[in-house]
Design a protein around this ligand. Structure first.
Ligand code: HEC
Ligand SMILES: [Cu+2]
Length: 304
C-alpha cells in the first residue's frame, strides 16, 4: 500500500508530483541553509554582489511566486489524469458506498441488472474504471494508494474517481478519513483481471442460491437470525445495510480486512466478531447455540 510504488496513470501522475516536490524542497532547503551560513560566516558581501536588495526582490518577490506558479501549472496538468473525463476509451463503472466500517460495492452494468457485493472490487486490467463514491453515515475516504489519490466519501453527495490498473493483480485500499472506532479495520481490495477471468469472478456473484433447499439446517436459521440484514442474493441490497454474502466463500478477508478468510475463519467471526472488531454494527449472537452457528456457517460456505 505505497503511493511511491505507483501502478497506472493516476498514481504515476501523483508520484511524479511527489518526487518533484521532494527534490525541489531539498534544493531550496540547501540554498536557504547556504545563505544562512553565508550570513553568519561570510565576509565581503559588497564585493560578491549579493546585496540585501537582491535577496529581498529576487529571493522573496520573484523566486517564490515563480516556483509556486510552476508547481500550480504542472499540478493542474497532473490532476487532469485523475479526472473522469469523457474520452475514446470504454470506461468500466463501479459504485461504492462507505459504511461504518465496510464498503458496499455495486456493479451497475452487470448483464442482468445491478449486482451487489462487499469489501472487494473486481475490475478489468488495462481499462479506465470510474468509481462513484458516496457514504451512508459519516464521512469516509476511498483510497487505493498504488492506483491513485484519495476521494472523499460524503453522505448525500457523490464523487467520482478514475483509476486504471495496468496489469492483473491485487491492490489493497483503506479508508483514509477517520470515521470512528473501527476506522483502521475498514480495508478493501481491488483485484484487476483479464477479461475472461473477470467474467468468471463475477459469475461467482450469480444468484445460484435459489436452488438451495430451504430445509437445509443452516438455511432456516440464516433466514431467522441473519436475513434481516444480510442478503445471499447479489441482486438485492437488503433493507438494513450489511455486506451482501453471495460470494462469501471466495472473498479474501472477513470484516473488511479484519481476518483472512481461511478455514474456520467464518465460524470465528460469527462467535467473536465483537472481540475481533469491537463496536462493529453486527450484533452479538451469543444466544445461538454452537450447533446453530456451525450450521449457518456451513450453509454460507456450502457448495455453489
Ligand atoms: C443488525 C444487522 C446484522 C445482523 C442481524 C447480522 N449481521 Fe452480519 N454483519 C452486519 C454488518 C453491519 C457487518 C459489517 C461489519 C463490519 O465489517 O464492520 C456484518 C458482517 C458480517 C460478515 C462479514 C462479511 C464480510 O464481507 O466480511 C459475515 C460473514 C456476517 N456478517 C454473517 C452474519 C450471520 C451469519 C448472521 C446471523 C447469525 C449475521 N451476520 C447477522 C450486520 C448484521
Ligand atoms: Cu471509513
Amino acid at each position: 500500500m505505497s503511493a511511491l510504488d505507483p501502478a497506472g496513470p493516476a498514481a504515476d501522475a501523483l508520484a511524479g508530483v511527489w518526487w518533484v516536490m521532494l527534490g525541489g524542497s531539498f534544493l531550496i532547503l540547501g540554498a536557504v541553509v547556504a545563505l544562512a551560513l553565508y550570513a553568519i560566516y561570510g565576509r565581503g558581501a559588497r564585493r560578491s554582489g549579493i546585496t540585501p536588495r537582491l535577496l529581498i526582490v529576487g529571493g522573496g518577490l520573484v523566486f517564490t511566486p515563480a516556483v509556486l506558479a510552476a508547481l500550480l501549472i504542472w499540478g493542474i496538468g497532473a490532476g487532469h489524469a485523475l479526472l473522469p473525463l469523457p474520452g475514446e476509451r470504454e470506461v468500466y463503472r463501479i459504485e461504492v458506498r462507505a459504511h461504518q466500517w465496510w464498503w458496499e460495492v455495486t456493479y451497475p452494468d452487470a448483464e442482468d441488472g445491478p449486482l451487489h457485493a462487499a469489501n472487494e472490487i473486481h475490475i478489468p486490467a488495462g481499462r479506465p474504471v470510474d468509481i462513484t463514491v458516496r457514504a451512508e453515515d459519516v464521512i469516509h475516504s476511498f483510497w487505493v494508494p498504488r492506483l491513485g489519490g484519495k476521494i472523499d466519501a460524503l453522505p448525500g453527495h457523490t464523487n467520482v474517481i478514475r483509476l486504471e490498473a495496468p496489469a492483473a493483480g491485487v491492490y489493497r485500499g483503506q479508508c483514509a478519513e477517520f470515521c470512528g472506532a473501527q476506522h483502521s479495520r475498514m480495508a478493501l481490495l481491488i483485484e484487476a483481471h483479464e477479461t475472461e477471468a473477470l467474467e468468471e469472478r463475477l459469475a461467482l456473484l450469480s444468484p445460484t442460491r435459489e436452488s438451495d433447499s430451504a430445509e437445509a439446517p443452516g438455511a432456516a436459521a440464516f433466514q431467522e437470525h441473519c436475513a434481516v440484514c444480510h442478503s445471499l442474493d447479489p441482486r438485492t441490497r437488503g433493507a438494513t445495510p450489511a455486506p451482501n454474502l453471495a460470494d462469501l466463500p471466495h472473498r479474501a478477508t472477513l470484516g473488511a480486512g479484519t481476518l483472512p478468510n481461511a478455514e474456520g475463519a467464518l465460524l470465528r467471526w460469527l462467535r467473536d466478531h465483537q472481540d475481533l472488531k469491537p463496536g462493529n454494527r453486527m450484533p452479538r449472537h451469543d444466544h445461538l447455540d454452537p450447533e446453530t452457528l456451525e450450521a449457518i456457517a456451513n450453509h454460507l460456505e456450502g457448495p455453489r
